[in-house]
Design a protein around this ligand. Structure first.
Ligand code: NAD
Length: 358
């Protein structure tokens, strides 16, 4: 069906302001949007400000903090909160019964063209938007914790959302510096959480089987494949694993081995004892660092990785522009030395400019 959507987005409602909602609020504020936050919990307004204040230095380090960290409004009633907004980001608890009650309340008062995106980590949107007047405007916009830092947002339209609503959500997230991906078919856990769950299942199984300690299994990720995963996913990683022959050679060579590993992977039996072993294991791995210290350390290094990747992408863009310029110059002035032309500094352009001496 055709559904006009609201663009551009200037006013956003964040409904549900726990860990994820408050972080989204910080991100939206940092991008200069008008933000209204709604949450029924006592003390939610102060808690949200506390989380936004905590996120702000990181957003400043990333160079995105344009807005005012105090320039948002709190409204406990979600129906009043969404009045006049162009986009809703819902972050209520991860339970069908909560979202199935909340969404129709919001949907009932919002103009047709406003998209409602749910941060749900793994619920099917079509199972909680069905009580809405316009279920076709409801999508999943699943971020990663913390949303003000991690670029990925999984957009899922499921069985009910319109093409226009999916496109509008993708465009909005892109415009505010996110890396949205479209999940074409709704499945529990979307994509990234299924991948995480698959790895964690095997990690726990290996602990249960006594293959290695909790800390060593974590190190097997962070000191090895995890370093590459910040740059390329499993397909591209194994494409490089095949050398010049790429993924085709990798599969020719190693698929039988990988298939024998797949056949041997396990499912842990999550007994209370195993759960205690995991909790004790991460306690030992933390070596006395508090949750706050660990989170600050994680966010600091994540910021550095994100900055490094952005700088590398910018350098690649610049190199591409320079190459195009070289080509254009070569066409215009065949036989000239494009490098000496394009690498001229502004000072060299100005004869007699004293700054050229420096
Ligand atoms: N925590 C994560 O790592 C993570 C990551 C990505 C997505 N998510 C998703 O984000 C959503 C929120 O998760 P969270 O971790 O922030 O949970 P949370 O428990 O920290 O926050 C939930 C907030 O919703 C509020 N709330 C309760 N009932 C409500 C209602 N009827 N209307 C509006 N707000 C209500 C609560 O007061 C609370 O502040 C979930 O759908 C979750 O799956 C979580």
């Amino acid at each position: 069906m055709s559904q006009a959507v609201h663009t551009p987005v200037r006013r956003v409602a964040v409904v549900g302001a726990g860990t994820i909602g408050a972080s989204w609020a910080a991100h939206f504020l940092a991008h200069g949007l008008d933000v209204v936050v709604s949450d029924p919990a006592p003390g939610a307004e102060g808690h949200t400000q506390h989380l936004i204040d905590g996120a702000w230095p990181v957003l400043q380090a990333l160079g995105t903090a344009q807005g005012d960290p105090r320039g948002w409004r709190f409204e406990p009633d979600p129906v009043k909160a969404v009045e006049g907004v162009d986009f809703v980001q819902e972050n209520a608890p991860e339970r069908y019964e909560v979202k199935r009650k909340l969404l129709p309340l919001i949907d009932a008062v919002l103009p047709r063209e406003v998209v409602i995106a749910s941060s749900s980590s793994g619920l099917l949107v079509s199972r909680f938007s069905d009580g809405c007047r316009f279920p076709d405007r409801c999508v999943i916009g699943h971020p990663f914790n913390p949303p003000h830092l991690i670029p990925l947002v999984e957009v899922v339209g499921g069985k009910t959302a319109s093409r226009a609503a999916i496109d509008a959500a993708m465009a909005f997230y892109k415009a505010i510096g996110k890396r949205p991906i479209e999940i074409r078919k709704e499945v529990t856990g979307h994509v990234a959480n299924r991948l995480q769950a698959a790895l964690w299942r095997e990690a726990i199984y290996l602990v249960q089987e006594g293959v290695a300690s909790v800390a060593d299994i974590d190190a097997a990720v962070t000191e090895g494949p995890g370093l590459r995963w910040a740059l390329m996913g499993p397909h591209m990683t194994f494409n490089l694993g095949g050398g010049q022959g790429g993924l085709a050679h990798f599969m020719d060579h190693l698929l039988p081995a990988v298939e024998s590993w797949w056949a041997d992977l396990g499912t842990p039996n999550m007994t209370p004892e195993l759960q205690r072993t995991l909790v004790e294991g991460v306690k030992a791995e933390a070596e006395g660092r508090s949750m706050t210290e660990l989170a600050q350390w994680r966010d600091k290094l994540l910021t550095q990785i994100i900055t490094l990747r952005a700088a590398s992408a910018a350098a690649a863009d610049l190199a591409a522009v320079e190459a195009r310029l070289d080509e254009a110059l070569e066409e215009t002035f065949p036989g000239s030395d494009p490098v000496s032309v394009t690498r001229q500094t502004p000072a060299e352009d100005i004869e007699g400019d004293p700054s050229a001496e420096r």
